[in-house]
Design a protein around this ligand. Sequence first.
Ligand SMILES: NC(=O)c1ccc[n+]([C@@H]2O[C@H](COP(=O)([O-])OP(=O)(O)OC[C@H]3O[C@@H](n4cnc5c(N)ncnc54)[C@H](OP(=O)(O)O)[C@@H]3O)[C@@H](O)[C@H]2O)c1
Length: 168
Amino acid sequence: MIGLIVAYTNNRVIGNNGKIPWRIKGEQRRFKELTTGNVVIIGRRSYDEIGHPLPNRFTIVVSRTAKYEAENCVTVKSLKEAIEYAQKNRPGENIYLSGGAGIYSEGLNMADKLFVTEVDLDIDGDTFFPKFDESLYEKTIDEHVDGEIPYTYVTFTKKKTEEGSFDE
Ligand SMILES: NC(=O)c1ccc[n+]([C@@H]2O[C@H](COP(=O)([O-])OP(=O)(O)OC[C@H]3O[C@@H](n4cnc5c(N)ncnc54)[C@H](OP(=O)(O)O)[C@@H]3O)[C@@H](O)[C@H]2O)c1
């Protein structure tokens, strides 16, 4: 399964000045739950923000300029190469496209499921999640969490288009 995992605000902001512009305790719980034991594909700037490979999962950094090698971490030069590397070397593990904007726009069409945290904020940012056609997906609302900044975990599952699918 190729998934895409992202948190975006009402105005689709995902980042500002190289960082995620909100702090909500517990909001990254689903990211950890889903990606642990699996493969995370991440752009170079987002990796720099974290600064190290994520524990208990395999990290593939996409960069044409930098090279990060560590235990459970490799660097490749394109998203296509990253997916091929994961499918060959990490069979049976799920692949999660984990940002930033370049990975999301190139990877959106490759993902079977989009795991989105809808963050109930309208804020300024410099990095956005691309607009996509929601009618191509089944949307489920998985969990809503109230608080100072409420958020909702939702999943968009790509509709099958062949005969016998629920598209008919
Ligand atoms: N809210 C969220 O869920 C979330 C998730 C992740 C990141 N973020 C935020 O997003 C921002 C970073 O995103 P960003 O879009 O600026 O940077 P990014 O995608 O993390 O990194 C950009 C760099 O990654 C490499 N890259 C990305 N896509 C590539 C592709 N398709 N092919 C080859 N190389 C590729 C290039 O590295 P080289 O220049 O080295 O070639 C590119 O300069 C930060 O603010 C971060 O906090 C938010």
